[in-house]
Every structure is written in C-alpha cells, then in structure tokens.
Write a protein that binds this ligand. Sequence first.
Ligand code: 2HG
Ligand code: ZN
Length: 471
Amino acid sequence: MNDLATPRLSPATLSALADIVGAERVLTDAESAAHYGRDWTRFHTPTPSAVLLPGSIEEVQDIVRLAAREGLAIVPSGGRTGLSAGAVAANGELVIALDRLSSIADFNPVERTVRCGAGVITEQLQQFAEGQGLYYPVDFASAGSSQIGGNISTNAGGIKVIRHGMTRDWVAGLKLVTGTGELLDLNRGLVKNNAGYDLRQLVIGAEGTLGIVVEATMALARPPQDPAVLVLGVPDMGAIMQVLAAYQAKMDLQAFEFFSELALQKVVEHQGLQRPFETPAEYYALLEFEQLTGADMEQAMALFEHCVEQGWVVDGVASQSVAQAESLWRLREDISETISRWTPYKNDISTTVAKVPDFLSEVEQVVNGAYPDFEIVWFGHIGDGNVHLNVLKPDDLPVDEFKQRCGEVSQWVFEIVQRYGGSVSAEHGVGLLKKDYLPYSRSELEIDLMRQIKRAFDPAGIMNPGKIFDA
Ligand SMILES: O=C(O)CC[C@@H](O)C(=O)O
Ligand SMILES: [Zn+2]
C-alpha cells in the first residue's frame, strides 16, 4: 500500500479493501489520484479517497458490497477520455479502475462475437477483429485509450455512426455489477430477445450510475473494402444538406462529417497538413465510401458534377489511395486536439439533421452578437445532426472572464437547443458538466423516471452519484 495522501478512509476500511484486491492495488498517492480521478475535462480537482485495481468480476462485486455497507461512493474508471466529467472523482469517491479486466476471449466465428473485459482498449478490439478477418466499426480519435466498458457506459459514437450506429448497436450482451454488488448477465449474446424490458440497453449510456459494466460480448462486422474519401468545399450549411441528400439517395456513405474554414485553417497551420485544394470555402464536407471503383466511382463523380452545377460545391478532392484517404481524414480528426491549446469552451449538441443549418446560424448570431471577438470553430458528425461547437478563448481575455461569458453562452445555446427539440449532449454524455442543462432536452417526468430507475439498480446511491443529475 502506498503513502496515504488522502486518508479519508478508516484504516479498517483500507485494510478490508486490501484484503479484496491486494494491498499493492489500493492506491492512495497523489499521482494515482490525479491520473485515475479524472477524464479529459480539466474543470474539477480529482480527490478520490483511493483508487482500486480489481482483477476479477468477483473482486469488483466484493468492493461494491463493502462500499454499499459503508455508504462509500464509487466512480468507475475506464480510459477516462470522456469530455463531460462523467469519470471524475472530485468528492472523495472510491475509484474502481477496470484496467485489469482486459481479457479478450471466446471468439465465436459463427456468431461473429467476442467476449471482452471492461478494460479492453477499443483499438485492441479493433486489432483483434482484424486478426479474425473481421471489423469493429465504432471508431473515434480516442480509440487508442478508451476502454470498452467506458464506451458502453457512454454509448460512444464517433465517425462511422451514419453507417454502423453507436456502441449500443454492437453490444450483444453485458455483465453489470449493480449498486448492491449483484451480477446481472444481460442478453447473453442473443440476437433476438423480446422477453421483457431490454435492461442491457438501459445500462448502455447510463454513465456508470446504474452499476459497473465489467464485461461485454461485442459483435463484429464484415471488414469494409479500402475506404475512399471525398472532401468537398461548400458555400454554406444549406448546401451541405443538399450534398448529403444527393449522395445518400444514390450511395452508401460510411461517414459524412463537416468542418468550417476556421477549423481547417487551425489544423493546417498547427499539424503541418496541406489544404485539400486551394479554393476557399465556408465549410467542408468529408464523405467516406467503401472503395470507389467502376460504377461506384462513376456515380460518385456524376454526383460531384451535379453538386457543382447546382452551386452546392465549389471544389473537391478524392483520395487516390488508402494513405491519401487517411491524410484527408486527419483534416477532420485532428481538429479537437489542435484547438485544445486555446482551452476552448466545448459543446456537443444535436438536432434532427435537416434543422442543423438554421440551428447553427442562430447560435452564431447570438454568440457573436454579444461577443464579436469570440472565434467559433464548428465541426462534427453532420450526417447524424451532431455538431461540436468550440469557442476559442481570445488571447487577451482573462480565463475567469472567458469562463463567465461561456456560462452565458451555454444558457443561450441550450435555450436554442430546447426550441429546436435537440439534445444537450449528442455523444459525450452528461456527467457533471451538463447536468444543470438536462431539463433543456429531457422532461421533468423523464428525469424523475431516470431517478427511480437509478434507485432500483442502486438503492444506496453509491454508483457515480451526482453524474447526469444531482444525487
Ligand atoms: O472536441 C470536441 O469538441 C469533439 C471531440 C470528438 O467528439 C470529435 O468528434 O472529434
Ligand atoms: Zn464527436
């Protein structure tokens, strides 16, 4: 056991925890607290009372039983790549890190499923699938660190949702340790199972408030052909919608993403990438297809010409190789990391797809009407109606003042989201960051039902309390 930097737990409790996981797997030093006690958000100070590294489902159950008896709050911790402070332990909670539940087993080629411990890293699952001649299609920039349990708990989406759906579409079964330490084995890999409520789907996206996902049976897909990517410059958001409709009517899209000229400028400048073409445009659409050859290539080019004739596209480029497709993707995928140096105000919202252009222009009018010097970087999964709004801090504006103004921005943005019937969190979850705004996209009755469901799974209220809604 390490030095007790935060000795909030009694020696008896610490020793009981050590009996469960082994003394060297009860971490209480400041470095472990900082590492395991927070996600990619940096708004809260991590103060876990201890970080525990269980090595089996039984150990997780034993910890939870002990925590329920003693009324100790728990924060489950996966790859901690979340952006809503869902995996933050800022109130002396016990952190249960699932890193050691990392086995990949029981691959079944007939079912095309594989059993994964919660701590399996997304990229490991992707590589495992590849080794079997298959494909795990939920993909995003943080795939090298995010873990399957966390992906399930946040229903991670990413860049291929338009074609392959979200994490919830790939979970054939899961095991959950509830707030009383019981183990639920949900759906057991069945394709069809209409015997009552699908509790598995309830757990997916619950951000650890109903229990800890300890294992999952993940479905795999046929691998796609080598991808081909088009990047198209468009004059306005309305044109992006026309392009989307035109391509979707005739072809299968693997991805349909967008970014603004400002986003492109930042990525080109800071990542040393080339502009896709010289003609500047207000926005850019990135389309991915499964290999463009023969008739598909002709179709894609005919649509391109049609879009140019209609004035929806000002210029475009098509990848000629997998390497080129990958470098075009970087123009989109590197945006989030590139702009992180401006400590941006972030938001992740959705409306139905067709409403996005009006939504976006209303947000811009309101934000820049009040603060003309705020630079807004738009990008996201436009084919899903999911836009990422990032506002960069002007260099000369003190951080506190920026934060205070961003508080106002949130208020305005969420009022618009509500008017549009949209969601205050399209893919990043609610966590601590969005909970005050939940009523802008969920009714009082819905939130009340969520609380009742939480009580049923977690009567002692120890599972990630204060996330999604107040404890
Ligand atoms: O940083 C963001 O705002 C979004 C991050 C991620 O969801 C993305 O789509 O790149
Ligand atoms: Zn995203």
